[in-house]
Design a protein around this ligand. Structure first.
Ligand code: ADP
Length: 321
């Protein structure tokens, strides 16, 4: 298939580095001789024909910005056959031959369905949660991790000054990847992730054991998928007698300047995605495997299972003495 014009959209939760991805997609496409349009608010924009022509200068000065200049949304309508047909009509009416979708596994399901109906799509993993089964890395994860670490470092200062226990919830949706890496980087006493679960008695026992050998402040990292940090802090205080405070970091983790790593990988993945479409290849998802950018069939990618990093979890537990 000869692809002359492509669309690019961001879908699902936003992530720092999405703008760097859009920039790479737009500039690669134009320099490959293709036209590009930006779709506003994810699949909703495709349903309603909300498109913006993109030029090389449309993406000037955005590589360093968080968020997404195309806006993002969740679109329940797109998951219906009617919504999908409207999106296909928009593509036909505007001579769009291919679509680059920056988002998570949900967005890739939409891209798979659109590809199956004759519009070749390529997915790029963009989410701070790193919860995409087929890829070692997702755009935005590195920035969110650095932000979470900086915030917990600040909490450590005050926990240390008051001999307190700081119980901190970090994002990650149903996955514990962000919590685990944050826990390693801040030197946490304990990390609570949904993949493994926890026993409050064990958490308190570990705090008590640490206290007995001179540890005076404690940081407990809790994944969003576990939640309930207020109650966890209360339980710890009641059972150990150590004053405990809960903090939910929340959406600060989604914003901010993308890290160098996110910008570099965003640029690599955007470039790779457009090269596929330029060669007439769709129904693929671009991923990072062992530091290499490669691509998989979308359905195969969705069926993959990413094992949790149990070795890293064991390391945290062993050295938090
Ligand atoms: P993420 O892409 O971050 O996983 P969501 O799961 O919210 O985020 O998915 C984003 C959008 O992708 C949804 O709002 C919907 O428009 C589309 N989508 C999700 N699942 C499907 C599906 N099974 N079929 C078609 N489209 C889907």
């Amino acid at each position: 298939m000869n692809i002359k014009k492509i669309a690019v959209l961001t879908s699902g939760g936003d992530a720092p580095g999405m703008n760097a991805t859009i920039r790479s997609v737009v500039r690669t496409a134009i320099t490959e001789g293709m036209e590009v349009v930006g779709v506003i608010r994810g699949y909703n924009g495709l349903i309603h024909g909300d498109l913006r022509p993109m030029h090389v200068r449309s993406v000037s000065g955005i590589i360093n910005l968080g968020g997404t200049l195309l806006y993002t949304a969740r679109s329940p309508e797109f998951a219906t056959e009617e919504g999908m047909q409207k999106a296909i009509k928009t593509c036909h009416d505007n001579n769009i031959d291919g679509v680059v979708v920056i988002g998570g596994d949900g967005s890739f399901r939409g891209a798979r369905d659109l590809s199956a109906r004759g519009i070749p799509c390529v997915g790029i993993p963009g989410t701070i949660d790193n919860d995409i089964s087929s890829s070692d890395y997702t755009i935005g994860f590195d920035t969110a991790l650095n932000t979470a670490v900086e915030m917990v470092d600040r909490l450590r200062d005050t926990a240390q000054s008051h001999d307190r226990c700081s119980v901190v919830e970090v994002m990650g949706r149903r996955a514990g990847y962000l919590a685990l890496r944050t826990a390693i980087a801040v030197g946490a006493t304990h990390v609570l992730v949904p993949e493994i679960g926890y026993d409050i008695d064990e958490v308190c026992q570990q705090i008590n054991e640490g206290h007995a050998i001179g540890k005076q402040h404690f940081i407990i990292i809790v994944a969003e998928g576990i939640g309930g940090v207020e109650q966890i802090a209360k339980d710890i205080q009641e059972r150990t007698g150590i004053e405990s405070r809960a903090t939910i970091l929340g959406h600060v983790q989604r914003g901010g300047r993308p890290s160098a790593r996110d910008r570099v990988n965003a640029t690599r993945m955007g470039y790779h995605a457009v090269k596929l479409l330029s060669a007439g290849i769709g129904n693929r998802v671009v991923v990072m495997k062992n530091s290499k950018v490669i691509d998989y069939d979308i359905q195969e990618a969705l069926a993959m299972h990413k094992p949790f990093e149990n070795d890293l979890y064991d390391m945290v537990m062993q050295i938090s003495v």
